[in-house]
Structures are given as structure tokens and as C-alpha cells.
Design a binder for this molecule. Structure first.
Ligand code: CA
Length: 371
């Protein structure tokens, strides 16, 4: 009986195998290749340019890491070759190159294109504006990114937030700033709107590339300079060129951007588009986290090993700089409709963010200090 049962099972298995084996050929013919599978199999070779010097830590190295990750996540279907500033095109040509489709992707900061798109400055940073936390909240969840996408649309460029410097330092000065009059005649390397505010205060804003800043300060061609924060400032040796180091007011949370040519993006299948988007989120977080962590260590070293004293601008100096900032922003808004529209949205979100912060971060910080 037992032998018959075993034989029966074997026979049944054999029959199932024969029927099952025949099924694909008789009832399920091999599917034809669909158009989406052809796109899925296609490999895209993209070029990417940045505004950064080769090997610049936190900026350039993280962009290169992102390109490697895009290739890994796409199983090699999207390969991005990264060029630092000057390797393929001049750094400040990045926006044009992406806009014209010379390259598919770029990385920089929106205020670099202020000459062509003045309102873009709100997407990087403005003096006395929002910090990284507020910028991320506004861009991702408060309507800022939609405004940014609309602003770049005529240029065939899609922006993604992709990094944040955190609060930048106010810079290195070869004399103490005790009153607003100390800015009169001061030659300082300071870009963008901060530079315009300095000019209103009686100073001269210079825009020198990072490589020349330290020497210019040492030789007296400059009286002061800002750069980024303790990590990059230390790397540039600025503590050797000027004595007094001040906290910042002009770049409170500079957002970096990943920009993609809109036609190139549209040609990608949906999964590769999603990979690019997710890579930008990761880059945004990674750059910001590194800045915060590296600045902690660099500030400690500047203080302990190089005996740098961090001073503070007197409150009346900051009050005047703030007044001049509002004056500058209002003047720019009168000249450009996009600037005005985005300024209004930015201002509203900043005010709302400040009201929430008063009972969250600021309140909490006061509790910690009181302990
Ligand atoms: Ca800066």
C-alpha cells in the first residue's frame, strides 16, 4: 500500500512537471519587449559642473559622492561625470551651461546668478534671513520650492535644494568694529546683498576668489573678509591674516542647489528621476550635517591652538546693518517684480517661523542657558 502511495505521488509530481513545463510555451508565450523596458535598459551618460574648486571638502567631495551613489542606485543606468569649477567651464557659467543643455546637471548656490535672476538670492540666503532649518521648512513644505521652480522654468532649469552651510561667520577684521562708522572706508571681501549693505554703510565690497583672499588681507589690499565658517576659514589660513573674528549676519543659512536641465530630466524614466530627487535630499542633509560637525571641531582648534577670540558686533551696529538690509531689499523689490513677489512670500514665512521659534527653539535655548 505504502509503495503504491509513493509511486502515486511520484507520478503526480511528474505529471505536474510535464504540464507545468508545457504551460509557458502553449498558454503563455514569451512577452515582447515593451517601450518602457527599452527605456529601462538604456544607459544615460550625464555631465555635471560645479562652482567649486577641485577637491574642496564638504562642497565638491560630496557632489562627487552623490554622483557615485546615483550610479549605484540606478544599477549603472545613470552615470554622472562631475567636473569642478574651471575643469570644463568657468564656475560662474554653471547656470548657463545647464540652461542651454551643454551639461545636464550643476551644483552651486542660487545667489551666484543674481545678475540674471535677482530673486534667486532668496533661494540661497539673504542678510538677517532664515537659518537652515527655516529654509528647509520653507522650501520643502512652505511653498518655497514651487516659487523656485517657477522662477527657473523660463531657463529650462529644475532646482533642488542640495546642501546648507548653516550660519556663516561674519568674517575676519584687522580692526575692531565698535560702531557703524568703523565700516566707513572698510575694504571687505563680501558678496551679494551683504556687499550692498556694506556699501550703504560706507564700505567697499570686493569680490575676490577664495584663493586670493588670504594674501590680499595680509598685504592690506583688504581690511576684512568673510568666507564660510570655522572649518573652511581655518583651512584658508585666514586666522594668520586678520586678528578679529565675528559671528555672521549676512549669510544665515546659505542653501546650495542641484540644478538639472528640464529636457534631460524629462527624458529619464520615472525611477531614475526619483533617484535624482532622492539623491538631492541626501546631499542637502549630508552637507549641512558635515558643516555643523566640522565647524564645531575647527572653532575649538582656532580658539585653543591659534588663540582666536570670537568677538561680537555691538547691538547698535547690528540694528543699523538690519535697517540698511531692509532698505536694500525694498530697493531691489522696486526694480524687479519676481523679487518683490518672492520677497513677500519669504518675509511672511520668516515671520511665521520666528513666532513658532519663540516658543520652541528660542524658549528651549533660554531654558538651557538658565540651567
Ligand atoms: Ca560666504
Amino acid at each position: 500500500m505504502k509503495i503504491f502511495s509513493i509511486l502515486g505521488i511520484i507520478l503526480l509530481c511528474a505529471l505536474t512537471f510535464i504540464i507545468g513545463y508545457k504551460l509557458p510555451t502553449s498558454q503563455n508565450p514569451a512577452p515582447e519587449t515593451t517601450p518602457s523596458q527599452i527605456t529601462q535598459a538604456k544607459t544615460f551618460h550625464w555631465k555635471m559642473v560645479t562652482t567649486w574648486i577641485p577637491n574642496l571638502p564638504v562642497f565638491q567631495d560630496n557632489v562627487e559622492k552623490m554622483a557615485e551613489e546615483i550610479e549605484t542606485m540606478s544599477a549603472g543606468r545613470l552615470k554622472v561625470k562631475v567636473y569642478a569649477g574651471g575643469e570644463l567651464i568657468p564656475p560662474l557659467e554653471t547656470f548657463h551651461a545647464v540652461s542651454q543643455g551643454v551639461v545636464q546637471m550643476g551644483h552651486g548656490a542660487a545667489y551666484y546668478w543674481a545678475g540674471e535672476v535677482p530673486a534667486a538670492q532668496f533661494m540661497s540666503t539673504v542678510p538677517f534671513g532664515m537659518k537652515a532649518k527655516g529654509m528647509n521648512a520653507w522650501l520643502y513644505s512652505g511653498g518655497g520650492l514651487e516659487l523656485w521652480r517657477d522662477l527657473y522654468k523660463p531657463f529650462n532649469v529644475i532646482p533642488f535644494p542640495a546642501g546648507n552651510s548653516g550660519v556663516q561667520m561674519g568674517g575676519w577684521f584687522n580692526k575692531k568694529i565698535n560702531s557703524i562708522d568703523d565700516f566707513k572706508g572698510l575694504k571687505m571681501r563680501i558678496p551679494g546683498l551683504g556687499g550692498k549693505v556694506l556699501a550703504k554703510a560706507g564700505g567697499t565690497a570686493e569680490l575676490l576668489p577664495g584663493s586670493e583672499v588670504s594674501t590680499a588681507l595680509e598685504r592690506g589690499r583688504l581690511d576684512a573678509t568673510e568666507w564660510v565658517g570655522p572649518f573652511h576659514d581655518k583651512r584658508l589660513g585666514l586666522y594668520r591674516a586678520a586678528k578679529y573674528y565675528y559671528p555672521g549676519w549676512h549669510e544665515p543659512g546659505t542653501t546650495l542647489e542641484l540644478i538639472v536641465n528640464s529636457q534631460a530630466f524629462a527624458e529619464l524614466p520615472a525611477d531614475l528621476q526619483k533617484i535624482v530627487e532622492m539623491a538631492s535630499y541626501a546631499l542637502n542633509q549630508r552637507i549641512y550635517s558635515q558643516f555643523e560637525a566640522f565647524n564645531i571641531k575647527a572653532l575649538r582648534e582656532l580658539k585653543q591652538e591659534h588663540h582666536v577670540n570670537v568677538l561680537a558686533f555691538p547691538p547698535e551696529v547690528l540694528k543699523e546693518l538690519k535697517r540698511l538690509t531692509v532698505e536694500t531689499l525694498d530697493e531691489e523689490a522696486d526694480k524687479n517684480a519676481d523679487f518683490k513677489r518672492i520677497y513677500e512670500a519669504y518675509k511672511q514665512f520668516q515671520a511665521d517661523d520666528a513666532a513658532w521659534n519663540a516658543v520652541s527653539e528660542d524658549a528651549y535655548r533660554s531654558m538651557i542657558i538658565d540651567q
